[in-house]
Design a protein around this ligand. Structure first.
Ligand code: GLV
Ligand code: GLV
Length: 326
């Protein structure tokens, strides 16, 4: 009989139909965000799942889903996976790298520019009917071109942002990463490797593009913000938990930091009220990869992973190496 698949959230109809040609598919037509108990109930008799990053795959869920063999995440990040628990349970995980790299780099750059040039703050002012006259310092922000772009997390997306800054905007690019890039990759994005303290101290615009793990939790907190220039901006397109949001809100309120751009939040979809109270932060609802072609490519890559896995060809973009499921 055909493998049983759960598609955890509503998807492009063509991708749902494609999966239905290969599998017995259960969808989520009302697009409900199931709680962990409901997700476990929906997955209990399934062989595979297509998830979106909002569903936690941990030991408790795996214990309730004995047939489960593969979970295809429609995201490059997979901090919703407990990889150790999946390995122990013999469950393959996959993600969607590469197809979203340039689109996500575009958005990271746009968010950084919007923060630096106060684009949403000034739009709110205009829409509120408060634009009565010219003033020399009205929404005067920080410079982007020619300034120092600091990237924390130099994976594919970080390198894409670096290339945009170096080649498009004449920025000086510095970066910090767990490991240094190969010389050729550094040369392509004209990026210079620096230590974390130097990165913070020299940044005019700091962009976070790291995966979220226990090692990167609150990697930017009060101590790190205190090392930054008061004229600097901070942009986060990685995961909310990379930043201590309370410390960031305090820095934005007191002028310790000029502005921020945030696409990701610790309590998504709930946003810390202290951040909502700041005018100098651009807030977007985790949409950095959201173009129609890229979301379609991500959905199809997740589907391709499920199809290849059950065909016995092996997953295309695995994130773990599970023990064989007993
Ligand atoms: C989105 O945040 C992703 O990881 O793809
Ligand atoms: C993240 O993993 C990336 O592709 O940059």
């Amino acid at each position: 009989s055909r493998p049983r698949i759960l598609i955890a959230r509503r998807l492009f109809p063509e991708v749902e139909q494609r999966l239905a040609r290969h599998f017995d598919v259960q969808t989520n037509p009302d697009d409900v965000a199931w709680n962990p108990q409901e997700l476990a109930r929906q997955l209990a008799d399934k062989d595979g799942a297509l998830t979106t990053g909002g569903q936690r795959i941990d030991a408790a869920l795996l214990a309730a889903c004995p047939r489960l063999k593969v979970v295809a995440n429609m995201a490059v990040g997979y901090n919703n996976f407990d990889v150790d628990a999946m390995n122990a349970a013999g469950v393959q995980g996959t993600n969607t790298p590469d197809v979203l790299t340039e689109t996500t780099a575009d958005f990271g750059f746009a968010l950084m520019m919007a923060a630096a040039r106060r684009m949403t703050e000034s739009e709110h002012f205009l829409r509120a009917g408060r634009w009565q006259r010219w003033s020399y310092d009205m929404f005067a922000g920080g410079e982007v071109h020619g300034s120092t772009l600091a990237i924390l997390g130099m994976g594919r997306i970080g390198q894409g942002i670096a290339r945009r800054g170096a080649h498009g905007f004449g920025m000086r690019v510095i970066y910090h990463n767990r490991s240094r890039l190969a010389p050729q990759a550094e040369a392509e994005c004209k990026a210079q490797y620096v230590g974390m303290d130097e990165l913070l101290a020299q940044a005019d615009h700091l962009v976070l593009v790291l995966p979220y793990t226990s090692a990167t939790h609150h990697i930017v907190g009060a101590a790190q913000l205190a090392r930054m220039k008061p004229t600097a901006t901070l942009t986060n397109i990685g995961r909310g938990g990379l930043v201590d949001e309370a410390a960031l809100a305090a820095a934005l309120q007191t002028g310790r930091l000029a502005a921020a751009g945030l696409d990701v939040f610790e309590g998504e979809p709930v946003v810390n009220p202290a951040l909502l109270a700041c005018t100098n932060v651009v807030l977007t609802p985790h949409i950095a990869s959201a173009t129609v072609p890229t979301r379609l490519a991500m959905a199809n890559l997740a589907a391709d992973n499920l199809i290849a896995f059950f065909d016995g060809r092996g997953p295309l973009t695995p994130v773990n190496q599970p023990a064989t499921r007993a």
